[in-house]
Structures are given as structure tokens and as C-alpha cells.
Design a protein around this ligand. Structure first.
Ligand SMILES: [Zn+2]
Length: 540
């Protein structure tokens, strides 16, 4: 017997890899290494063609249609079994996590075609994969297509070529099950568990009464199998949840189910701080491979819908990136210090988080008040502290260009300056704006150019800061402006007004300073800066 036949026999007898083994193998065996948010339509086409070359003659790649703007929409067909499964991703252009996972799944199956579990999938099923249904939206990283239509609300109108393509595939192949692969809000939580809904599942209904057809019963078993596959793999702080909407009459999942192809909705969601977005692609890879193997082998016989039915439901609005807990807010115009938590989100669009776009500004305060039931990526104990709006600085004259630089803006941000208005004569404005644009960054004071004549209030700054002698407010202000306020005599609200402090209010930017009072609470200038957030990012 030839050695390679022996090898083939031993592989054929080998057990299917466990979900944990698939999870651990993925970094080395994945076919697409780009993070999903960085994969543009042209990149995907190149990866699909590379996949076809790698597995020449063992998969079919065809242009199944074109988008509104003429981009190709590809259908990747793997396996030649009698039972058809349709999987589509990125019908919303900014929801890409499963897109590379589909290519990874195809590559993994074809690379292990000698192994029994992969053989069962390839011989038993025909996988019809549309990795990027909405390439125009993907090009712009937007939800909708180039007509401005949400393709997933177009199942009845069929006004979009992308929607018509999906319907035509369904009608031509009559798949016995469909996988509708999306991303959801990254701050969705699993019920009131305080954990992020990393993956949410729905065994989609085909009618408003949520009739439990045999097909939908199996969708529930598929969801239960995904729950089992991902147990222990979802990063700490995340969870599998149940998608919150039962029936959406214009959506494709619901209508495909009604037309005879029961649909499983998989929504990739939030990850705890520090975890890469590629975890979502990795979880999709494990979940899809595991359930496809179970579908092929025994049609998920013996799997109970109970694990799916017991999932906590998706919840929104109960998670913030940062919550400052137990502090007292002081701000101009709001009287005495008052007990309030402050919750906020720092903007982090997926392409920025994945490293293919620069960080984007845009923090948002989401709660001022009682946030005790709010979960957070980062909780900070602010008990006994004052939470106050960060300062605004005023810089006068174009000559400041001699000393304004990134390091100055970073130092200011550490000392509580959220923004600086740089006032110049009209003729110098263009040059000042160009410099301000070059100096902009997410870890520093925002520099905004204004007119020399305008009335601007705030902390007047005329040069780079000194290194403060300590963290006391008086020392910090002395380091910034060269003059300390009269220690012990100025009430905090008045002091804040003089510093050009803004407002802490819902939907406003998270420009905040946390002050720890000194021994004499009547002497706010002796309070210490314990934390500073500029546009939601901690700078101190
Ligand atoms: Zn979506």
C-alpha cells in the first residue's frame, strides 16, 4: 500500500476537529488574512480568484450578477451534494465579519477533503456562498446599496439588483436552509447579563404567527448547535444571545423562510476591550464549519432547541465604553455639585479599529445620572471625586505657529485642555488651518482656528506648558498659563467658567476631568487631576 493511501485511510478515520481545535487552528489555516473591515470589493475578488487557483477544478466561482454600480457579485459553489445550503454575507456593506469566514470555510473543507467530516460535507451538501452581496455598500463602508436602499428591506419590492439576485438564487436552487450573515451594534448586550452580545442568533420566522414548521424547528437546532460550538470560545465578557426581532415582513430572512428556505440569522456583535475584530470572523468560521458538518452527517438529529430557546435576548442602550461611577458632577450653570455617574462611548469605527483607517473623532456622552444598571467596557470608581468639563484654551496670533506642535497638544490634553481656539487675522487663516489639520490627532487637544476679533473665553495660553510641579489644579494651571488662581478662594463653578469649561450633557463630546478633592474641599484649586478624557480617550 502506498504511503499516501495509508495517510488517506488514517485521515478518513480521524474524528472531526472539535470547535476548540478549529478555533486554535484558524490563525494558521485561514485563507483570508485581511481583517474583514479592510477587505474592499476588489480585494475580495482577488482572494476569490486565488482560492479558485488553489483548489483548481474543485470549486466553482462565477459572477452571479452585478451591483447598481456594476461591481461583480460572486457566487462561490463548494461541494456537489444533493442538499443545498445558501450562505450570504455583507448584504449590509458595513457588516463584513462573516465575509472572509466563508472563504476560510471553503478553503478548510477543500484542504481536508480526505477527512471523513469534510468529505461528508462536500459529498452531502452543495454550499452556495455569496460572500459580498452588496459590494457598492462595502466600497463605501455603508449599510445601504448605491440606490440608497437597505437591501434587507427589499425582499418584497425587489427594487435592488442585489435583492433580485438573492431571490433568483433562492428560486433557482431551492436551498433547504439559508445562513444570513450580518453584524450588529458592537454595544448590544446579552439581556441584562452585562456581557456583550458577541454573536446573536435567530431561527427566522416565516410568518407573524411564528409558525413552528419542520424547517424552522431545524433552524432552532442549528442555532443550538452553534451555541454548543461557541461555548468557551467567546471571549470573556462576551456571550451568545438571541436576536431581538421576531418577524420583519420586508426582510429577506423572513421571506426566504416563507418561500421555503428556512433561514438562520447570525449577527456578529461586540467584543470586550482589547480583543481584535478578527475574533468575529474566527467565531463565524468555527460555527459554520461545525454546523455544516453536523447538518451533513446526521441533520442535527438529537440536538435540542432548548439551548437556543434559553438564550438571553439582545438588549441595547445598557452598555457604554466607559462609565465613571459614584462621582459628583460640577459644571458651570448647574449649581452645587450633584451626585451623578457619567457614561460615554468613544467613537471607534470598525475600519479604524482594524487599523485600515486613522482613528476617527466623535465621542458621545450617553448618560449623566444614575448608571448603576449600565455595563461598561471600562468602569472607573469616581466616588468622592468631582467630574467636571475639560477646559478650553485661547491662543492669540499667527506667531504661535512657532511653538504649536503635536507634543504641545498632547501635553495640554494631559493637563485637561480639550480644545484650543487659535485666533488669527483673516490673511493668516488658511496657513493656520493647514497647520491645525496636520497637527490633528486622537490623543491630543483639538486645535480650531478662529478670527482674531472674535470674543473667545477660556484659559489664555501663550506658549508650551511647563512640567507641572504636581497634580493639584493650581499647579496644573500654573504649568499651562504661568499663573495660578488664588488658592482656596475661588469656588469650583466660578473657576470652571474661567477655564472655558463646556457642558457635560447627553450627546455632547466626552471632554471630562476627574478631580480628587484635597483635604479642604472648600479649596478646589488644591484638588488633584486624577483623570482626563479628551473626546472620550483617556489622556491622563
Ligand atoms: Zn445587517
Amino acid at each position: 500500500v502506498l504511503p499516501h493511501l495509508l495517510l488517506a485511510q488514517s485521515l478518513a478515520g480521524a474524528a472531526a476537529p472539535s470547535p476548540l481545535a478549529l478555533w486554535e487552528a484558524w490563525p494558521a489555516v485561514r485563507f483570508v488574512t485581511d481583517p474583514a473591515p479592510c477587505l474592499r470589493p476588489a480585494d475580495l475578488v482577488a482572494r476569490l480568484e486565488a482560492l479558485r487557483s488553489r483548489h483548481e477544478g474543485r470549486l466553482a466561482l462565477e459572477e452571479a450578477g452585478r451591483s447598481v454600480e456594476g461591481r461583480p457579485i460572486h457566487l462561490l459553489t463548494v461541494g456537489r451534494g444533493p442538499r443545498k445550503v445558501l450562505l450570504w454575507s455583507q448584504m449590509h456593506g458595513d457588516e463584513p465579519s462573516a465575509t472572509p469566514a466563508l472563504l476560510d470555510v471553503a478553503h478548510e473543507l477543500l484542504s481536508n477533503a480526505d477527512r471523513a467530516d469534510a468529505r461528508a460535507v462536500l459529498d452531502g451538501l452543495t454550499l452556495l456562498m455569496v460572500p459580498m452581496l452588496n459590494p457598492d455598500g462595502a466600497e463605501r463602508y455603508e449599510r445601504r446599496n448605491a440606490q440608497g436602499i437597505d437591501v434587507n428591506r427589499d425582499a418584497l419590492n425587489l427594487a435592488t439588483p442585489e435583492g433580485r439576485l438573492l431571490k433568483a438564487l433562492r428560486d433557482r436552487h431551492r436551498p433547504e436552509v439559508g445562513f444570513n450573515l450580518h453584524d450588529q451594534g458592537r454595544r448590544t448586550t446579552a439581556g441584562d447579563t452585562g456581557r456583550l452580545a458577541t454573536i446573536s442568533l435567530l431561527a427566522v420566522s416565516g410568518d407573524a404567527a411564528q409558525t413552528l414548521t419542520p424547517g424552522r424547528q431545524r433552524s432552532k437546532r442549528i442555532c443550538s448547535a452553534i451555541v454548543a460550538a461557541l461555548a468557551g470560545l467567546v471571549p470573556e465578557g462576551g456571550a451568545v444571545a438571541r436576536y431581538d426581532e421576531d418577524w420583519s415582513p420586508r426582510a429577506f430572512g423572513d421571506n426566504l423562510t416563507a418561500w421555503g428556505t428556512p433561514v438562520v440569522l447570525v449577527e456578529s456583535g461586540g467584543l470586550p476591550a482589547g480583543r481584535p475584530l478578527t475574533d468575529l470572523t474566527r467565531l463565524n468560521f468555527v460555527a459554520l464549519l461545525t454546523v455544516l458538518a453536523e447538518l451533513a452527517r446526521h441533520d442535527l438529529a438529537g440536538v435540542s432547541p432548548a439551548a437556543y430557546e434559553a438564550l438571553p435576548r439582545n438588549d441595547t442602550g445598557s452598555y457604554a465604553d466607559v462609565v465613571l461611577r459614584g462621582g459628583h458632577v460640577v459644571q458651570p450653570g448647574a449649581g452645587e455639585a450633584y451626585r451623578a455617574d457619567v457614561a460615554f462611548d468613544a467613537a471607534s469605527p470598525d475600519p479604524s479599529r482594524a487599523g485600515c483607517q486613522p482613528p476617527a473623532p466623535g465621542s458621545r456622552v450617553t448618560e449623566v445620572g444614575d448608571a448603576r444598571f449600565m455595563a461598561a467596557g471600562t468602569s472607573m470608581d469616581a466616588a468622592g471625586s468631582w467630574i467636571v468639563p475639560a477646559w478650553t484654551a485661547v491662543v492669540r496670533g499667527a506667531a504661535a505657529r512657532a511653538w504649536l506642535g503635536e507634543e504641545v497638544l498632547r501635553s495640554w490634553a494631559r493637563l485637561g485642555v480639550a480644545s484650543a481656539r487659535w485666533l488669527v487675522e483673516p490673511g493668516e487663516r488658511a496657513a493656520a488651518e493647514a497647520l491645525a489639520g496636520r497637527l490633528a490627532g486622537s490623543d491630543r487637544t483639538r486645535l480650531v482656528v478662529g478670527e482674531a476679533g472674535e470674543a473667545a473665553s477660556g484659559l489664555a495660553l501663550a506658549g508650551p506648558p511647563r512640567e507641572p510641579e504636581g497634580a493639584d489644579l493650581a499647579q496644573v494651571l500654573a504649568a499651562l498659563a504661568g499663573a495660578a488662581p488664588a488658592a482656596g478662594t475661588v469656588a469650583l463653578p466660578g473657576l470652571l467658567a474661567a477655564l472655558g469649561s463646556g457642558r457635560i450633557a447627553p450627546d455632547g463630546p466626552a471632554d471630562l476631568v476627574v478631580l480628587r478633592p484635597g483635604p479642604d474641599p472648600e479649596a478646589p484649586s488644591r484638588a488633584a487631576l486624577s483623570a482626563v478624557f479628551v473626546d472620550g480617550r483617556r489622556t491622563r
